[in-house]
Each structure stands twice: as C-alpha cells, then as structure tokens.
Design a binder for this molecule. Structure first.
Ligand code: NA7
Length: 530
C-alpha cells in the first residue's frame, strides 16, 4: 500500500507546529493541513480587542529549544494575541515549518482502512492523502459556538464572533454595540469596546468571576533573570498541577481565621491573575472555603461598581472557579461608564434578534453591530466537525454520542493510529497549554519511533484500559466542586451536548507519571499489530 505521508497532522497551532518539528527530526514524513491562512491556531482566529493569554508570557512558551527560549523577548506580563501570533510565526520561520503545511485547507473526513492499517484524509480542496497516522492538533477552544437565537440571520448590521474575528480589526468608534456573553472573551474585550463605542449594551446570562491581571510591560532585568533560570522554572512548573510555576498554597482556608484569610485573598488579588484560586488548598474542595473566596470577590464588585443595582446584577451566584476564572483589565470599572448598559437575561433569554437589534425583557435594544462572545463547542467540537471513521466505518460522532471516551486523552478504542493532542480526558485546558502540548507531542513522537523500531503498523487502545482511564478521569473530577456547575468543561454551554466533565483534573504531574508508566511498560493499555 502506497502511503503519501507517515503522518497527517490536522491544525497548525502550537500543537501542530511542534508535532511537525519533532516528526521531521525523527525522519518521518508529515503534512500539516490547516483551515486558516497562517499558523497560530487559537491565536490566529481570536483577534478580538483585548485578546490575551491568561497564563504569564514567560511561561506560555515552548521549552523544547533553549535557543528559541533565549532569543524570544516577551514584552508584557500577559502577552497580547498579536504578540503570541508573532511568536508562532517566528517559530514557523525559524524551523522552516511552512513548507510542509497546506493552508486554507479544511479536513472534512478521515477514514481508517482496516486492511492496510492506514488513514485516508480528505479535504475541502479535494485532496485524498493516505497516511499511517493521523494526529489531530485542532485545539480545545476552536469551534466557535453561535447560539441559535431567533432572527440572528435577519440582523442588518455586522455580526462578529470573538472566536472568528475579522483580521482587519473592527473600529467601533461612534457605533452602538450589543455584546452577548460575559465569559473570558467578553470580559477581555468589553473594556476596550466601551472606550470606542458610542454605546455598549452587554447582555449577561451568567455573571462571572474575574480577577485583575495587573498587566504591565516586562522589565528587561526581570526577563534576563527568568532566562538565566529557565530550566529551573520549567522543572518546577512540571511539579505543579496546572504546569505553571507559582507559589502553591500550603494552608486550607477552612483552617485559617477570617482576617488572615482575607489578607491572603487581598495579597493574591493584588498580585493578580489565575493564582487567586491558589490562595488556599481547599477552595475547590470545600463549600465554605469556596464561599469565603467568592465573598471576597463579591465585596470587590460592590466596592468598584458605583451603581448598587448594576453591582448586584454583576455579582455571580455560582461558586468561584467552577467555570473558568477570568483575568481582566478594568472589567468591573467599565460598568461605571455612562455609555455602558448591562441587561440581565438570566431568567429571561433573549427573545429574538430583530433587523435593528436585540429584543430582550420585552424591550428593543437597537444596535449598529452585534458581538457574539458566546464561546466554543469546547474540547470535542473541532474533532467532531471532521467525519472521523475508525474500524468498520464507525463514526467518532456515534462513538462519543454519550460523551468523549479516550485512553489518556490521546487515543480512542476503535480508532487505531489516531492520536489527539490535548484531547478530552487529558489535562489540557486545566493546565498551561504549552507544556501540555509538548508533553503530548513528545509522547506521540517517542511512540511512533518505538513502533517503527518494532515494525508495528497499528496501535490501538484496549477497551479495558480506556474504561479504567475514563473511570479515573470521572472519579477525580467528582472530588472537586469544578464538576458541579454548568460550564463548557462539562459541555453545558451547548444545547444537547452530553454532560461529562471532559478534561483530566488530576494535575499535570500525576498525568505525566501515568504516561511515563505506560511507556515503561511497553505501551501498556495498547494493542500493537505488526
Ligand atoms: P465562554 O467562557 O464559554 O463564555 C461564553 C459566554 O456567552 C457566557 O457568558 C455564556 O453564558 C454566553 N452565552 C452563550 N450562549 C448564550 C446565549 N444563547 N444567550 C446568552 N448568552 C449566551 O467563552 P469565551 O470565549 O468567553 O471563553 C472561552 C475560554 O477561552 C475561556 O474560558 C478561556 O479559557 C479562554 P453562560 O455562562 O453559558 O450562561
């Protein structure tokens, strides 16, 4: 059987780029297929105003090359989307990655051939590529969710989705703007849109928690210091559950007197960012401790937002950290502006979109343009958009109709020679994505090298191993409060999506240990066919 490539990689984000680099280094042939016109994945599409990473830039970067690590200069504590995209392009140039990439090419179908143990990958351009392996690098938050609100298609003005933002940018100067959604994308973009727009109306279904970023330009002396100690920082990061090097708590909020507890929350608030949830060990384990953290943030909302009614509407009612915590620059303050209106649609959904605006709560809110900050069909959306057919023509869509089941978040029973970078059931979105991506890419590369040495033509997860892994993913999720609310982690934002806590919450160190054990045991949990 003639094959075109050892591997077809779907997606040219950070996963696809590093995957290509590693495979080339080991002498495999590979082709990357990418829907966008360039590299960068999520950072290619998410160009909304204020888009930034919520992991600090010096940690949200590749670590596979010491030279790359040393030569790249991050300029802000939290890198902006343009800076991260520049970094992705720099990596593509440095390693001459584009020559094995095909852009504006959407993968439509991938079919496994049981007889020859190969995949045929088809694209919207009419390609049919035969490869031994298919590696998906499509990202966890890459399939934008456009809610089915009646009348959306009739709106006369422009409609923008934060996850698929026009590349030329949007100037809201002098415009009236309606924003639907108050997740991370909205929380980052609202303060900037409010500065430009004549009037901004925010339609909020669920009030959200956000912690100030306290973003700043990075002091070159600090960057120098980080670079000098990079290996140590990276090593420490891998010992932390989220793969981020920061001070881990040692004390439970439940064992801490109130004044001391609040002082700690204040310290973390002043420091800024996601580390707020690491103020104490038990914020996601104990209801009272969680409430203490939530109350602290609620008191901040009341302090910052001048109008008590608006403050009350902005005050979240769910537990903190259940939905992904947001990191902002001036979000609450924005609601003190005279040109910003908040509409609470918690109990009454938007009735419809009219040709001139939004009808909600029996009122028409006329707007020139509409921004959908309505998130993504997370973790499985991009994968299931491709018609992936495994052994016997079984569709992944059918296999996962009760929620995704994987072995290690990397492979699926019935789908031999298919690997997923940061698939459901792996730590992925609960960690710093870059080290998680690198760990997966290294695992896959080492695996392909080992299979080649053994003359293996097919690798497939074994049912018992997958069941055991899924059981473990579910049982660790049940221990935390994180699985208890309606978040995209459980697919709750997509009507009809099965409710399953999708990422692995056991932490990166435990996950790495498990992957290493699988390798040490000669790829335990997998069936290998020569
Ligand atoms: P999110 O966090 O999923 O936020 C989407 C927002 O859109 C959220 O406030 C939703 O309310 C709201 N939404 C979705 N559908 C509707 C409808 N039909 N009506 C009203 N409001 C709606 O997506 P983001 O892009 O902000 O962030 C995703 C991740 O990217 C983020 O966690 C970071 O990791 C980076 P809901 O909460 O569902 O009531």
């Amino acid at each position: 059987m003639k094959i075109d490539f050892d591997a077809v990689i779907i997606g040219a984000g950070f996963g696809g780029m590093y995957m290509l680099h590693r495979l080339r280094g080991e002498g495999f042939s590979a082709r990357v297929l990418e829907a966008g016109k360039g590299v960068g994945g999520t950072w290619y599409w998410n160009r909304y105003p204020g888009a930034r990473c919520d992991v600090e830039s010096v940690q949200y970067s590749y670590q596979f090359s010491k030279e790359l690590e040393q030569e790249w200069e991050w300029t802000e504590r939290y890198a902006t989307q343009p800076e991260i995209l520049r970094y992705a392009n720099h990596v593509a140039d440095r390693y001459d990655l584009r020559r094995d990439m095909r852009f504006e090419t959407l993968v439509t179908r991938a079919t496994f051939d049981d007889t020859n143990n190969v995949w045929t990958v088809e694209t919207d351009k009419g390609d049919r590529l035969v490869a031994r392996y298919v590696i998906t690098a499509m990202g966890c938050l890459s399939s934008p969710n456009t809610p089915k609100i009646e009348g959306l298609a009739d709106f006369k003005g422009p409609t923008y989705h934060t996850g698929n933002w026009p590349h030329e940018g949007v100037d809201f100067t002098g415009k009236t703007v309606g924003v639907i959604g108050t997740g991370s994308s909205a929380i980052q973009s609202i303060p900037i849109m409010a500065q430009q727009a004549k009037h901004l109306t925010v339609f909020q279904r669920t009030a959200n928690y956000t912690i100030p970023a306290h973003n700043r330009k990075l002091d070159p002396a600090y960057v120098k210091q980080v670079k000098a100690a990079y290996p140590e920082m990276r090593r420490r990061a891998k010992t932390k559950p989220a793969g981020i090097d920061f001070d881990m708590p040692t004390q439970a909020a439940a064992d801490t007197p109130e004044a001391e507890r609040n002082a700690k929350f204040q310290e973390r608030w002043d420091y800024g960012g996601l580390g707020f949830m690491a103020s104490f060990t038990d914020l996601l384990l104990n209801d009272d401790s969680n409430k203490a953290a939530a109350d602290f943030v609620k008191s901040k909302i009341r302090e910052i937002v001048k109008d008590p009614v608006t403050a009350e509407v902005l005050t979240p009612r769910n537990i903190i950290g259940c939905k992904r915590l947001c990191v902002d620059s001036g979000y609450w303050e924005t609601f003190n502006r005279p040109n910003v209106t908040l509409v609470d649609i918690r109990d009454e959904p938007i009735e419809r979109i009219t040709p001139t605006g939004v009808r909600a709560k029996g009122k028409d809110f006329d707007v020139d343009c509409l921004v959908l900050a309505t998130g993504f069909d997370a973790m499985t959306g991009a994968l299931l958009k491709v018609d992936i057919r495994g052994r016997g023509g079984v569709a992944l869509r059918d296999r996962w109709n009760e929620g995704p089941k994987t072995y290690l978040g990397l492979t699926v029973v019935g789908f031999p020679n298919l690997f997923m970078i940061t698939g459901p059931g792996s730590p992925s979105v609960l960690t710093n994505m870059l080290p998680s991506i690198e760990q997966h890419v290294d695992f896959i590369t080492d695996c392909l090298v080992a299979l080649r040495a053994k003359g293996v033509t097919a690798i497939e997860a074994v049912d018992a191993a997958q069941e055991e892994w899924i059981g473990h993913v579910g049982s660790v999720a049940d221990i935390t409060l994180r699985s208890t609310c309606s978040s995209w982690y459980v697919g709750a934002n997509i009507p009809g999506k099965p409710r399953v806590f999708m990422p692995y919450i056991g932490g990166l160190p435990r996950y790495i240990e498990r992957c290493e054990a699988v390798v040490a045991e000669g790829y335990s949990g997998f069936a290998l066919t020569s």
